[in-house]
Design a protein around this ligand. Structure first.
Ligand SMILES: NC(=O)c1ccc[n+]([C@@H]2O[C@H](COP(=O)([O-])OP(=O)(O)OC[C@H]3O[C@@H](n4cnc5c(N)ncnc54)[C@H](O)[C@@H]3O)[C@@H](O)[C@H]2O)c1
Length: 95
């Protein structure tokens, strides 16, 4: 299911002539990236070569959603996953 969603969004971008190369090397921050929609967006952006960061408080999401088929994580969790609540964003930091 998840892979087919990624394929659909990538195909849609091609159909709409969105330049896929544009994302290569770009830094992207996905809020709620451990959730249902966020995690496939993370995967699509990783596949396009973007450097993807995630902020999530894991209230409903799970780190499992960020796992690839082989069980490894699609982003390096130690410095690309920020466990935090966006409602507590203060002074440029998620506490
Ligand atoms: N397999 C399926 O079909 C499936 C699986 C999961 C969800 N769903 C449905 O899809 C809908 C849409 O999914 P979604 O991605 O919008 O919801 P989601 O709940 O999966 O993702 C939202 C993410 O945002 C995080 N979050 C929420 N508040 C936050 C805050 N204040 N700070 C930081 N992180 C926060 C949550 O922990 C979660 O990871 C869901 O409502 C659900 O009904 C379907």
């Amino acid at each position: 299911m998840k892979n087919s969603l990624v394929d659909i969004i990538l195909a849609r971008m091609v159909n709409e002539s969105i330049k896929l190369d544009w994302y290569r090397g770009k830094s992207c921050l996905i809020t709620g990236g451990a959730g249902f929609i966020g995690s496939w967006l993370v995967e699509a952006l990783v596949r396009l070569g973007a450097e993807v960061y995630v902020v999530d408080n894991l209230w409903r999401g799970s780190l499992d959603n960020l796992k690839k088929k082989d069980g490894s994580y699609g982003i390096p969790l130690e410095d690309h996953f920020i466990l935090g609540d966006l409602r507590e964003y203060r002074e440029g930091r998620v506490k």
